[in-house]
Structure formats: C-alpha cells, structure tokens
Design a binder for this molecule. Structure first.
Ligand SMILES: *Cc1c(COP(=O)(O)O)cnc(C)c1O
Length: 389
C-alpha cells in the first residue's frame, strides 16, 4: 500500500475484514488459533507461513496496533507489550549480554532508572548517566563495552529537551544503538528514527490511549533488532492483551486531533502562567524562555502537553497548591483527557534526598501539569485560584 498522510494512516490502517464485512475492526479475544491440517500447522511453526498461532506471539488486534505505530514512527517493524515498562525491559533484556554497558540520560522515567540501577547490575550490565542539559559529557562516558545510548525528550517531570540529531551522530560515530523513549512527544510531534534512532519505545498508556483506560507499550524500529526482541518476548510473555490492543488501535485514530488540542491548551496555559506572581519559573518547550527552545522548534511539531512550574515557597507551597486544586486531578497518570497536577518532591520522588532530587531536576516547588482536553479557561481558572490560596 502506498503511504498516506499521518491522520489517514492512523484511521485507514486496518487488518483484513472477516467474512461478516464489519466496518470497524472487531476484538479477537482468543488465546490461540486453529490450523487446517498437520502441514499447515508445521509450516506456521517454522514461519514458512505467516499465521497467528498463539496470542503470546501475535494476535490480529496487536498486529493492527503495531502496524499503525510503525507507520507513524517510520519504522520497519515492531512488537507490542503489556505496558511501557514491559517494552523497555524486554528491549534491553533482548539486546544486552553480561558485561555490556548503557549510557543514559540521568532524568529518565523512575521505573526505567530503577531497572538500570537495581536490576541490570544483577546480570552484570552497568549504566553511566549524563546530564540532559550537558550532552558534551556523553562521549567521555562511552567505553568499549557500551552498547546502548538512551534518552527521553521531553523529560519527565522537568520537560528538558535533548538534541536528537546530536544523539544520532554520537551513536553512529561510536557504533552504539540509539534507543529513544518517545512517550511524551508521541510520533505525531516527533519521530526519532529520522534523527538516527535505531529503536523507539513507548508507554502507550499515556497520550496514545489518551483517556486513562488501558496499559500498553510498544517498541518499533530496525527489523533485525525487533526480531531479537520478538523472540525474547514470545518466550517470556510480556505481550499486550487483545482487548487493550483493540482499545489502543481505536485511540490512535484520534491521536492527531487530540494532541493538537492538548498542545494548544498547554501553550495557552503556559503563556498565562508566565505572568503569574506566585510562580518563579514556567517551563514549556514552545515558550521562548525554555533553555532549549531552538532545539524544540527544530525537532518537535508542537510543544507537548506537559508544563513544569516552580511554585514560590518550596515544598510546603507545592503541597498547599495541590490541596487547593478543585477540578484538576491529583493522579500519577499523564496524557489523559483530564488535566492532572502532581508535586514530585512530596510524592513520586519523596524517597530521594533533596540533593538527589536536584540531580534529576526536581526542585522543592516543582509542579507538573499534564494538560487535558477540558475547556482551557476552566483549567486556567482552577490553577490560578489554587495558586492564589
Ligand atoms: C509512564 C511512562 C513509562 C512506563 O509506562 P507504563 O505503561 O506505565 O509501564 C515509561 N516512560 C515514560 C516516559 C513514561 O511516562
């Protein structure tokens, strides 16, 4: 099929219709599939025939979801997982061996950080970290054992940006695999493969689902790497359930329009908050005041839906702000239709010392806003009244 524009592919990519000629893809809630005879079954197991065998390997609903993400990211192949963490864990576990080394940005998703620091050392896989705002230090961390260069952009919760083109060049020069967690941007805003990423990982739980319903994850990229990841996954079992895949494939049909509105709302809120007297700093990729504004403009179509603000008065002010919120949700998720506010210093990152928090970009008054799809004026009203009190 000749490739069409992003929105069209998101809607028109569809698995073959069944004998009932349904318009929209049905849910294939089945654990296994049947064969015509012994020869059909033999050929399917040796992969001479490409057929669904068992839903741990593949399922029509997961195939449709993966196909859409591949087209959106410009990838050769992909595999879907039960969650974003299942995708990240399986991707690294499939590709690394004992003795290998990872070079990663320090500000990455919390569970990914735990994977690198607590679990991978058990298998003699080590990680060195660079400051996302100082990419000049990356090359000095690379050793003969380094296999993977890893980063997220924008980051969570600091909304920092790293130059993907620069990472692509470093990875190429040192023959490393570049893996990017593209969860915050989504392929509608940014396509890391264009800049040299070998693999892109996603938590589909966030903006891809976009409605706070199901968990999911996906890895897409070079076919030979995906083959390794697929073989690891089909034997270890982190696969996406058909129901969740069906839900996520439907969600992708509206990704472009949802993300357009998320970003329009977020930019409006960021601009209003820049003039608020109770905030010392507003960080949003498409505000001129963002330290990496030029890079954001180069590699992102829109600014995303996450804003980081610094409430004056530190940790107590941050807690008080959360307690004064009337409409927005206090929740750990992000990328939902509902606007969500979180205060990392007193919640998700409260176990870290203040120095450790600062190392990953978390200041005492930092509040993260995941802007939703409510009328933007109602969100502004709620946030400004909470800041006032
Ligand atoms: C949420 C998130 C993950 C983990 O995804 P789950 O679906 O919750 O397992 C990974 N990376 C980023 C950037 C995330 O926001």
């Amino acid at each position: 099929m000749d490739s069409k524009n992003f929105e069209t592919e998101a809607i028109r990519t569809q698995i073959e219709r069944s004998q009932f000629q349904e318009h929209t893809t049905p849910m294939y809630v089945t654990s296994s599939f049947v064969f015509d005879d012994a020869e059909d079954m033999r050929a399917s197991f040796t992969e001479e025939k490409i057929k669904n065998i068992y839903s741990r390997y593949s399922n029509p609903n997961t195939s449709e979801f993966v196909e859409k993400v591949m087209k959106m990211e410009g990838a050769e192949d992909g595999y879907a997982f039960a969650s974003g963490m299942a995708a990240i864990y399986s991707t690294f576990a499939a590709l690394l061996s004992s003795g290998d080394h990872i070079v990663s940005a320090r500000s990455i998703f919390g569970s990914t950080h735990t994977l690198f620091t607590k679990y991978f050392p058990k298998w003699n896989i080590s990680t060195s970290y660079f400051d996302i705002n100082n990419p000049d230090e990356i090359e000095a961390l690379i050793t003969p054992s380094t296999k993977i260069l890893y980063a997220e952009s924008p980051t969570n919760p600091g909304v920092d940006i790293i130059d993907l083109e620069l990472l692509g060049a470093i990875a190429k020069k040192h023959n490393l695999l570049l893996i990017i967690d593209n969860c915050f941007a989504t392929p509608y805003i940014q396509q890391p493969i264009k800049y040299g990423a070998d693999l892109v990982v996603h938590s589909a739980t966030k903006l891809m689902d976009g409605q706070g319903r199901v968990l999911g994850g996906v890895t897409v990229g070079k076919a030979d790497l995906i083959r390794e990841i697929y073989l690891f996954a089909r034997n270890t079992g982190p696969s996406l359930a058909p129901f969740n895949a069906w839900t996520l494939s439907k969600s992708l049909e509206t990704l472009a329009v949802r993300v357009d509105r998320h970003c329009e709302n977020a930019l409006k809120i960021a601009e209003v908050l820049e003039n608020n007297e109770f905030i010392s700093k507003v960080k949003y990729p498409f505000l001129k005041s963002h330290p990496q504004y030029e890079i954001a403009k180069k590699q992102m179509k829109l600014g995303g839906n996450i804003i980081a603000i610094e409430v004056k008065g530190g940790i107590e002010a941050g807690r008080k702000f959360l307690n004064s919120i009337k409409m927005c949700s206090l929740s750990a998720n992000l990328g939902d239709t509902r606007t969500i506010v979180t205060h990392p210093a007193s919640t998700t990152h409260s176990k870290l010392s203040e120095d450790e928090q600062l190392e990953v970009g978390i200041t005492p008054g930092l509040v993260r806003i995941s802007v939703g799809l409510e009328n933007v004026n109602d969100v502004i009203e709620d946030i400004t009244q909470a800041l006032k009190s």
